[in-house]
Design a protein around this ligand. Structure first.
Ligand SMILES: Nc1ncnc2c1ncn2[C@@H]1O[C@H](COP(=O)(O)OP(=O)(O)OP(=O)(O)O)[C@@H](O)[C@H]1O
Length: 338
């Protein structure tokens, strides 16, 4: 378990201090895949780096498996850091070393006996699907393969926490999915806690169980991914999510149906069996036209989005929308709102 207790990190500036992380309190359970999202400069990397002590909290405590790590120094800090792997957006591989030598590096640094190194590297390369690339140099590898080397290297010393700093941001969508699947399988196989910084909400939807949203150094919302994505409470979170979805309807459609008559419905897949729309039509004397629909999988749970127009007398439309709101996760009214 990783606990941040009132953690702040400030950097001295010419005229005062920059509060990169501001009084953050969070719990990240063992074995979770945890997403940290937010705009650029929100403090995500700085917070992440307090876990492996690359950044020192100005105040507050970081507690990992019951141990306050703020005070670790020398040998105990070195040993603690071996439990934590990190992967980066641009992979940070040594260009003049083969794949095997890159993965060997942390094992040598940890004084693993020579006789054990080859077997361990082979095992790691097998895990990430790169057994046949061991003698290649990074320049010959694709982005996805480079990140696989990064993952093997990060896990070399049996890390039980893996920090991922925008690890898929430099990859195309297909490669992103393959790296996320690899991370998920590693999480399930070894129970490693994974913390992912990302600006891509889709990444969080795909593999994270829990998430925190950061803004200006503070956590504005945290909890289960399914709860936050389907029903965000904070205005900034709402904006972040709606920016990641593209529901812009053609202007002629908005004019035809009327901006305020167009609503976005978010519902759990399990609610799809109820005849909600047909009941709303029957009991309120309205017409409903479907303008857009899709199913997303959030932490493997199907969540539907429907954009519909509700037509009828003002009062009937309001009643129909109220009925749909009671029966689904969330209703947003007005095409310009989503
Ligand atoms: N070593 C440092 N010295 C001074 N300022 C820093 C340092 N590291 C980070 N900052 C500042 O702290 C703030 C938070 O940076 P941080 O990198 O943690 O944000 P982020 O959310 O990870 O953003 P990004 O996604 O752009 O990396 C930024 O204003 C950044 O310029």
């Amino acid at each position: 378990m990783i606990q941040f207790k009132n953690v702040s990190v400030s950097f001295p500036q010419k005229n005062g201090e920059l509060h990169a992380v501001n009084d953050v309190t969070l719990h990240i359970g063992k074995g979770k895949i945890y997403g940290l999202v937010g705009a650029s400069g929100a403090g995500k990397s700085t917070l992440l780096r307090t876990i492996n002590f690359l950044e020192q909290p100005t105040s507050g405590e970081v507690i990992v498996d019951g141990e306050v790590i703020n005070h670790l120094r020398g040998e105990s800090l070195r040993r603690y850091r071996q439990n934590i792997g990190i992967i980066f957006q641009h992979f940070n591989l040594a260009a003049n070393k083969t794949v095997r030598k890159n993965v060997e590096f942390p094992l040598r640094a940890a004084n693993v006996p020579k006789g054990e190194i080859k077997g361990r590297v082979d095992e790691l390369l097998e895990l990430v699907g790169l057994r046949d690339k061991s003698e290649e140099y990074p320049a010959k590898l694709s982005g996805g393969q480079k990140q696989r080397v990064g993952i093997a290297r990060a896990l070399a010393n049996n890390a039980n926490i893996l920090l991922c700093d925008e690890a898929t941001s430099a990859l195309d969508p297909e490669t992103t999915v393959s790296i996320l699947k690899l991370l998920e399988s590693i999480n399930q196989k070894y129970g490693i806690t994974i913390i992912m910084i990302t600006h891509e909400i889709d990444v969080v939807k795909m593999i994270c169980n829990e998430m925190a949203v950061m803004k200006d150094g503070s956590v504005v919302e945290s909890g289960k991914v399914i709860d936050i994505i389907s029903k965000p409470k904070n205005e900034f979170t709402k904006k972040l999510i709606s920016n990641s979805e593209n529901y812009e309807l053609p202007s002629e459609i908005i004019t035809q149906f009327g901006e305020k008559n167009i609503i976005k419905i978010t519902y759990l897949g399990s609610e799809a069996t109820e005849p909600i729309l047909s009941n709303a039509i029957k009991t309120n004397n309205v017409d409903i036209s479907i303008l857009h629909g899709k199913i997303d999988y959030i932490s493997h749970v199907p969540v539907g989005t429907l954009i519909v127009s509700v037509q009828g007398d003002k009062r009937d439309v309001e009643n129909a929308i109220d009925y749909i709101r009671r029966k689904t996760l969330r209703v947003e009214v007005g095409a310009n709102e989503f």
